[in-house]
Design a protein around this ligand. Structure first.
Ligand code: DQA
Length: 144
């Protein structure tokens, strides 16, 4: 199974960005983690991407819709205000699963992080488990 693992702004800086919040692992650590949720019978091919550009991220969601590809999405700050991303994600409903992932637990942080405009159109949300959230998301997709 192929899974698109999409990451929004500033996540390219994982490893050095606020390590007390996001840890010291890097974006390169995500692909093997996601693949580890696969089995010999059901291997996972993780296509991990990151962008700081809202239009590029929306385009990748369109690509997933057209190819009916499951998506693990960490929208980063776009989580909290991007209606364009939300509207793109809505097109995945009934087409392929979408799991919203956050490394930190936004609900335990500043008030502006308590709102996600994406969650209502996601299949499910995983937050607060560090990078392991990506593996948990892949397991959830496999289980479906
Ligand atoms: C984040 C949480 C967001 O509030 C923040 O803007 C991020 C990362 C997370 O993975 O915990 O960039 O999505």
């Amino acid at each position: 199974m192929r899974i698109l693992v999409l990451n929004g702004p500033n996540l390219g800086r994982l490893g050095t960005r606020e390590p007390d919040v996001y840890g010291t692992a890097t974006l390169a650590d995500i692909a093997p983690l996601v693949a580890s949720a696969g089995t010999a019978d059901a291997p996972i091919e993780a296509d991990v991407r990151q962008t700081d550009d809202e239009a590029e991220l929306v385009g990748w969601i369109h690509e997933a819709v057209d190819a009916r590809t499951p998506v693990i999405l960490n929208p980063a700050a776009f989580t909290h205000y991007s209606y364009a991303l939300r509207d793109a994600c809505a097109q995945l409903q009934g087409v392929a699963p979408l799991v919203e992932v956050h490394i930190s637990n936004p609900h335990a942080r500043e008030a502006f992080r308590h709102t996600s405009v994406v969650s209502a159109v996601a299949t499910g949300v995983i937050a607060g488990f560090g990078l392991d959230g990506y593996r948990l998301a892949a397991s959830a997709i496999i289980a479906r």
